[in-house]
Design a protein around this ligand. Structure first.
Ligand code: ATP
Length: 441
């Protein structure tokens, strides 16, 4: 990572902590590597990302259903999926500095990327599944696993969802939820965590249509990133050359993080692998009876799989900006404004209600109550108006609404826009419509 990007990453991490977006889990105990807590603004933003994904992938479509499955499933699920036998990485340790590395991520596997030593242990297999026990006895028979991905329960529940919803092929099942991986080397802030949230959609179709659906979902997902304001400079696709033996096609959508290009989302044509594995291991018939064509087919799966945490990190990196603010006076040092240019639909606070004086609290609080029914709002009464604008800029609030003494006379408020810093007088009775158009329009 270049000096400049390292500095940028440090600034983002420190802003996230200072303003309550993301901080280390169990910090007072020294933290726990690979686990992160989302603070008051972070949780609002993460929920907004999930809500947007859910609306785009499930609610706005007639051919995708939702699911919320358990984190712990029958251990056989992970036997069938191959996770227990194959879900591992090769790791090695440096005897010099004691750093642990994933071999596939080392540029030169014979040299420690941390200290340059060549004194490395032999690469050895390491399974990423997190283990626990279910029931009172802690032995092999009671071992269970925290799910390593949210999609396996989708395959397992396929028949139940299909019958309950009377869906016919092609259709999809989506889920948002926690996944756990005992990553060897958690790093780059939340990019590689040990507990994270996935947003996955498995689309079931016939073999003949599968490639078309693969391309359709790739385009849909790219459109989603366009909606989030990611330009072509920071988003690219990467087609896998080496495919899993069952896969017909696979690609990553990558984002340009300050630490380099990294996978944001995977799109996979998984063939009939998932359904045939679960059929074999459970004994349940996973075929779909295609009455129209009088045949039985094993559904082919097209998967779109993205991390909510990585999406949030990408949004934070894309949004971070510094500019020299309008308040700079001659002879003074340059005044830097930190501004998170987050899309309004994702911003943790969409409108800040700012009474110019405490004397205006009663009216301003009423306005806050009215607006908070429709938007994520914050009420801030402390400090000069300039300071309050700055605080909101730093967390990415797209609109600041100032209630002043004139508001009592003319029933208008001043709406200040984050990026242009332009100000506009808007009638209080028009405010909801005004903000709705700007935020959701
Ligand atoms: P990587 O190669 O980075 O380990 P992967 O190819 O194993 O990722 P998938 O199994 O395809 O990832 O998971 C789908 C998505 O889940 C990823 O694109 C990413 O957004 C998210 N994800 C996977 N592992 C992690 C992790 N350790 N921390 C945060 N998000 C993750």
């Amino acid at each position: 990572m270049s000096e400049k990007n390292l500095e940028l990453m440090d600034k983002i991490v420190s802003l996230c902590k200072r303003r309550g977006f993301i901080f280390q889990s169990s910090e007072i105990y020294g933290g726990i590597n690979g686990f992160w807590d989302y603070g008051p603004y972070g949780v609002q933003m993460k929920k907004a990302i999930e809500k947007l994904w859910w609306n785009y992938m499930v609610e706005s479509r007639t051919n995708v259903e939702g699911l919320d499955s358990t984190i712990i499933c029958h251990p056989k699920v992970w036997k069938a999926s191959g996770h227990l036998d194959q879900f591992g990485d090769l790791m090695c340790d440096c005897r010099g500095c004691k750093a642990r590395h994933r071999v596939d991520q080392m540029e030169d596997p014979s040299v420690c990327p941390n200290c340059g030593s060549k004194d490395l242990t032999e690469p050895r297999e390491f399974n990423l599944m997190m283990k626990t026990f279910v029931g009172p006895v802690f032995d092999e028979d009671h071992t269970a696993y925290l799910r390593a991905e949210t999609c396996q329960p989708i395959f397992v529940d396929f028949n139940l969802v299909r019958v309950a919803t009377r869906q016919k092929l092609p259709f999809g099942i989506a889920q948002i939820g926690k996944a756990f991986r005992n990553e060897i080397n958690p790093r780059n802030f939340t990019f590689r965590s040990r507990e994270f949230t996935q947003m996955e959609m498995e689309f079931f179709c016939t073999d003949e249509d599968a490639m078309q659906w693969y391309e359709y979902w790739r385009d849909q997902r790219l459109k989603f990133y366009e909606m989030l304001g990611f330009s072509n400079d920071v988003i690219r696709t990467y087609d896998h050359e080496k495919l899993a033996h069952y896969a017909k096609a696979a690609m990553d959508i990558e984002f340009k993080f300050p630490f380099g290009w990294g996978e944001l989302e995977g799109i996979h044509h998984r063939g009939t692998w998932d359904m045939s594995q679960h059929q074999e291991f459970s004994g349940e018939d996973m075929h779909y009876v295609d009455h129209d064509n009088k045949r039985k087919v094993l559904p082919v799966v097209i998967e779109t799989s993205v991390g909510a945490d990585r999406s949030m990190l990408a949004l934070l990196c894309n949004a971070y900006d510094e500019d020299t603010a309008e308040t700079k006076k001659e002879g003074q040092e340059e005044d830097v404004r930190i501004v998170m240019r987050l899309p309004a639909i994702i911003a943790p606070v969409q409108a800040a209600i700012l009474p110019l004086s405490k004397k205006l609290n009663e009216n301003a609080e009423k306005l806050f109550g009215d607006m908070a029914r429709y938007f994520r709002c914050e009420y801030d009464v402390t400090g000069s108006i300039g300071k309050r604008y700055r605080r909101q800029d730093e967390i990415g609030t797209p609109f600041c609404v100032t209630f002043d003494f004139e508001s009592l006379e003319d029933n208008c408020v001043t709406v200040r826009e984050r990026d242009s810093m332009s100000q506009e007088r808007v009638g209080i009775d028009q405010l909801r419509m005004y903000l709705d158009k700007k935020i959701n329009g």
